[in-house]
Design a protein around this ligand. Structure first.
Ligand code: BG6
Ligand code: MG
Length: 210
């Protein structure tokens, strides 16, 4: 293993509650039922695909133009909420584990579906930390398609077989498998039947990547 590709939301930091609040504000106004269980299905899924999941509960059809306006409105709310994030949202465990992995010689990259990746990394004090960032701004297909991880591997100059993907979402493990990567799953991703390593905490990476 030469490089480690980290998902962002749910692995490095936690933005679920902000996504939830932003989607909830929109769905309440539109009169569409939305709850935390539906929010859990949005993990790792792109903004437009997330909206499609939310609209499963809508009782009317929306045009493409209306959908784009809704996604933009949700993002405006979300970006405003992200202003509440600071370096204190990066845990000591994650920070010190990342530093130790770097000291062990691994290349460290991000592979996230989010178009707000660089904003979030900046907010938590990791704006300049990673060797490469592959995110929602450089892909055409979102997880479970492997594109975001294949691009991350390309950006660090390594083959998928030499990279480990760290994920919290089932869609992310599906993407890792499809791309020919080994994977380490945390949270619900630890239960994925095809995950390579099951983690109960972030620092478990220090046992996986010696
Ligand atoms: C992923 C989140 O990281 O990014 C998803 O897990 C989210 O819930 C996706 O929908 C897209 O995020 P953004 O910031 O581009 O709207
Ligand atoms: Mg995630």
């Amino acid at each position: 293993m030469k490089a480690i590709i980290f998902d962002l939301d749910g692995v490095i930091c936690f933005t679920d509650k902000y996504h939830y609040q932003a989607w909830k504000q929109l769905s309440d106004r539109e009169g569409i039922y939305f709850d935390e269980t539906i929010n859990n299905r949005l993990r790792g899924v792109s903004r437009m695909d997330s909206l499609e999941i939310i609209l499963e509960r809508a009782d009317k059809e929306y045009t493409q133009e209306e959908k784009e306006a809704m996604a933009a409105e949700k993002n405006d709310t979300y970006v405003e909420l992200l202003k509440g994030m600071s370096p204190s949202d990066l845990s000591d465990e994650v920070r010190s584990t990342l530093e130790m992995l770097r000291d062990r010689g691994y290349k460290l990259a991000i592979g996230s579906s989010s178009k707000n990746t660089r904003t979030i990394l900046g907010r938590i004090g990791l704006g300049d930390f990673f060797d490469a960032i592959s995110d929602g701004t450089n892909i055409t297909k979102s997880k479970p398609d492997p594109e975001v991880f294949l691009k991350a591997a390309e950006f660090v100059g390594e083959k998928p077989a030499d990279c480990l993907v760290v994920e919290d979402a089932h869609a992310g493990i599906d993407a890792a498998v499809a791309g020919g990567f080994e994977s380490a799953g945390i949270g619900e991703a630890a239960d994925h039947p095809q995950v390579t390593y099951r983690m109960s905490k972030f620092a478990d990476l220090l046992d996986i990547c010696k």
